[in-house]
Design a binder for this molecule. Sequence first.
Ligand code: DX5
Ligand code: ZN
Length: 225
Amino acid sequence: MTRPLLIAPSILAADFAKLGEEVRAIDAAGADWIHVDVMDGHFVPNISFGPAVMASVRGVTSKPFDTHLMISPCDPYLEAFAKAGSDIITVHTEAGPHVHRSLQAIRALGKRAGVTLNPGTPVGVLDNVIDLVDLVLVMSVNPGFGGQSFIASQLDKIAAVRALVGGRDIDIEVDGGVTADNAGAIAAAGANVLVAGSAVFKGGKYKENIAAIRNAAAQARGEMA
Ligand code: DX5
Ligand code: ZN
């Protein structure tokens, strides 16, 4: 099953003083999904925002909200992020002992369930949850901050996830240090959803930046950009 190529700009790199305008701008610039990074200052060494901020910008776009929860515990907050307008909710395998339960809870809320792995986490943790997920997110930086460099060893992990997913209807997403320069290699390894913060928001040229990432990935997939 070939899943479509999707570009998901991360609003972590947006100007929070005008967040609604920024979401509208990346929508108009060609974003397929809006990637929403939620950080708790405990699971990761940074704090971003919670469901109220997310809900406040939900109305400015009809694009799917791709919520990446970097919080522990996550279970007490799943319903709030579902109600705030998430379409996909992704939880970390490292965020608690019961990722299987978290994924079931996300699906029970009527949302697409995603699971993610830090760079140091082996692919094998997916073995017993793969039939509960709609998306696997491979972290290509240690989560917590935008603007970090892509960890090249994660290309092999993307390929291993691709092999594990096989013919299942599951998106493979990559997050951290994604640029137009490495988008081709990421797509060639088997990912179809590319998250980018800095590389989309840099220089204010959102449309050109999204197009550059999309074109590089599309070319690697053998598709016309
Ligand atoms: C990192 C976040 C990423 C981050 C990506 O913890 O999950 O989504 O915003 O930012 P860039 O593209 O700048 O690495
Ligand atoms: Zn993210």
